[in-house]
Write a protein of this length. Structure first.
Length: 372
């Protein structure tokens, strides 16, 4: 998955305000990013800027690109490149065949995915997943992880899943939509209402007894909680604590089904010192059977990989040597079912770019192999 590749892929980071274009080769950007306005309410202008951005990138490349690959908000039919009714880009309402349009204009394959999916794919290729496996190997552990689940914490609560080197999209391009899991604290609401920027601000306002219009930014709330700014310290600490509990509950549900390492990215990840321990604590909490017996929240023990002591315990596991019956052979055996929860190694934006490039190259290779 992480072998060097000299082929170049053009990329785009699409937002409601700006479109940022670049190109990636060997997991790094090879041109200076180009920024154009999104023109969110005007379809012709938006499409025109998308084409213009890629045209400018192509002109700056020393060699022709082999594909276009980028993240675009959903809902969308990603495999067919059709964008649906977007909230922050209303001009696309009704369905726009963006992928086929770009393929026709530039004459190369076009791949579009969700940013959460590409973030996790990038971390699986050159981020948290290979780093954890490297650390396990150095520690002498026989454990190897092949799968990765990841979430992004920001204006929303996105996610993605990589299974044995393949990005899992689902049959309707709706895989890993974690934001719609039930909210533990507010059961009638999706978990995103407690796992996003607006969640931190809402809880701080409620706990501090101030109107929403006067609520500080999440960064300000972080600095209040860490003593760098004046404000309601208790409200700030508890606002992030509630975020951690909500995210931990959602991740417990997710890893119960997928059994993977977990990587966290997005703007709020920078405040991990205030909530990551609560995420892991919630994942390791218990449930009670009707008989009165307690059972683990999951079958797995979660470890905070941003904590040195927990990382050491995670790497150590419970490795033992056992004998093969009726044989002189010995084997290493580690019965401890465990996963780690860590921060993005690449950084969210770079992970998305790496994931976008790798997804395109992998798809091209697979297509070539199918026709061989």
């Amino acid at each position: 998955m992480n072998k060097p590749d000299k082929r170049t892929v053009m990329t785009l980071d699409a937002g409601g305000t700006n479109l940022v274009f670049s190109a990636v080769q060997k997991n790094r950007e090879v041109v200076e990013p180009i920024t154009l306005p999104a023109e969110a309410g005007h379809l012709d202008k938006c499409l025109g800027n998308i084409c213009e951005g890629f045209r400018q990138v192509k002109e700056r490349l020393k060699e022709p690109p082999v594909a276009i690959s980028f993240a675009f908000p959903g809902p969308a039919d990603y495999p067919n490149g059709i964008i649906g009714d977007l909230g922050n880009l209303p001009a696309f309402r009704g369905g726009v065949a963006l992928g086929p349009m770009l393929k026709e204009k530039f004459g190369i394959p076009v791949f579009i995915n969700n940013d959460g999916d590409l973030f996790v794919y990038g971390e699986a290729i050159a981020g948290l997943l290979p780093r954890v496996n490297m650390l396990l190997a150095r520690s002498g552990s026989p454990k190897i992880f092949r799968n990765l689940f990841g979430v992004t914490l920001g204006t929303g609560f996105g996610a993605g899943l990589v299974h044995d080197g393949e990005l899992y999209l689902g049959d309707n391009s709706a895989g890993a939509e974690i934001w719609l899991l039930r909210n533990k604290k507010y059961p009638d609401a999706p978990v995103e209402e407690s796992a996003s920027i607006r969640a931190v601000q809402r809880e701080y306002a409620a706990l501090a007894g101030i109107p929403q219009a006067a609520v500080p930014t999440p960064r300000d709330i972080f600095e209040i909680a860490t003593g760098a700014k004046q404000g309601n310290w208790e409200a700030a600490v508890n606002a992030y604590k509630m975020l951690g509990e909500a995210v931990g509950d959602a991740l417990a549900n997710a890893v119960t089904l997928v059994d993977t390492l977990v990587v966290i990215g997005g703007g709020l990840a920078g405040a991990h010192s205030l909530f990551l321990s609560d995420v892991v604590r919630e994942m390791n909490s218990s449930l009670r059977l009707f008989s009165g017996q307690n059972v683990g929240r999951t079958e797995l023990k979660a470890y905070n990989l941003e904590d040195a002591a927990e990382t050491e315990a995670f790497l150590k596991g419970d490795v033992r040597e056992i004998s093969v019956p009726d044989s002189d052979q010995k084997m290493l055996y580690d019965p401890r079912k465990r996963i780690g929860v860590g921060l993005s190694v690449l950084g969210t934006s770079r992970a998305v770019s790496v994931g976008a490039c790798a997804f395109a190259l992998h798809a091209l290779d697979r297509k070539q192999a199918d026709h061989a």
